[in-house]
Design a protein around this ligand. Structure first.
Ligand SMILES: Nc1ncnc2c1ncn2[C@@H]1O[C@H](COP(=O)(O)OP(=O)(O)O)[C@@H](O)[C@H]1O
Ligand SMILES: [Mg+2]
Length: 262
């Protein structure tokens, strides 16, 4: 399978700059990727890798969105896994042939479907995945499934439990998200770059609302009403996030598109 490559450090700079311009509050994460991409180019690797990331931050600051935008700029396919879904471990790596409902995991399915050896795996809310106990009493925690994939040496000779063949997964990159450090398994923390991301400042939220409003072509009165919300200072302690601002934009858009009733 082909993997995507970054040939020059300049290319890495451009990707990081584009991502940073879109979401400056995610600077810590963008910087970590940037260093990995530059190193991959410098060392002339046949693909690129950055250390597996765990993005820790409040809900709604755009962690998942950032990961999707990263994949977009890197031009690699993604597979998203919600760790709160019960069999998240099976979801990623698949289960042994012969088991009830056995399938290959989402990771290998993505590689085969996209014909690309280096997708970005996004694991959402990784701190919330609990242990699963099968009828045979085996533990299949998400962490157990992830650990061999997160380390380059073991990832290079990873064996798919379903097809029972060795696959080189060392070009797969990982972004996990968590709302807090609490519940993050220690072995995961020690193998990943755990980055604590700040909440957006009121100014950053305002800027986001303005930019998104313009992108959605909101009429001027709707934009003015929205900006009033930011300017009256009420938002400082209101716990607004990108998610709530997105919803406000949705509502403004719906109102703006409603036919006039006479
Ligand atoms: N840069 C952005 N541009 C447009 N929408 C965004 C952006 N960042 C986040 N959003 C939207 O804000 C909401 C929250 O983002 P999300 O990535 O789900 O946050 P988190 O994963 O941190 O909880 C989503 O609906 C997402 O589509
Ligand atoms: Mg999320």
């Amino acid at each position: 399978m082909p993997v995507a490559r970054i040939v020059t450090e300049h290319e890495a700079d451009e990707i990081a700059a584009a991502l940073h311009a879109e979401m400056p509050w995610m600077a810590l994460a963008t910087e970590a990727v940037w260093h990995g991409l530059r190193a991959s180019a410098r060392e002339g690797l046949s693909g690129f890798r950055f250390s597996p990331l765990v993005l820790v931050g409040s809900p709604g600051i755009g962690k998942s969105h950032w990961a999707r935008r990263l994949a977009h700029h890197l031009a690699v396919p993604t597979t998203m896994i919600d760790a709160t879904g019960e069999p998240a471990a099976f979801g990623i790596v698949g289960s042994q042939r012969g088991w009830f409902n056995a399938t290959p995991g989402k990771l290998l399915q993505t590689i085969l479907r996209e014909r690309h050896g280096g997708p970005l795996v996004i694991v959402d809310e990784v701190e919330k995945s609990g242990d699963i106990h099968s009828s045979k009493g085996t533990r299949h925690a998400l962490t157990d499934a992830l650990l061999p994939l997160l380390e380059r040496m073991t990832a290079a000779t990873w064996e798919c439990p379903f097809f029972q063949i060795k696959c080189d997964m060392s070009w797969v990159n990982w972004v996990m998200t968590a709302n807090s450090r609490q519940g993050l398994p220690e072995p995961l923390q020690s193998r990943c770059a755990v980055l604590e991301l700040p909440d957006l400042t009121p100014d950053q939220l305002r800027h986001f609302a303005k930019k998104e409003g313009a992108r959605r072509d909101l009429p001027a009165p709707a934009m003015a009403a929205l900006m009033d919300v930011f300017d009256c200072g009420a938002i400082i302690n209101s716990g607004l996030s990108l998610r709530t601002v997105s919803r406000m934009l949705d509502r403004a858009q719906t109102l703006a598109c409603q036919p006039m009733l006479n």
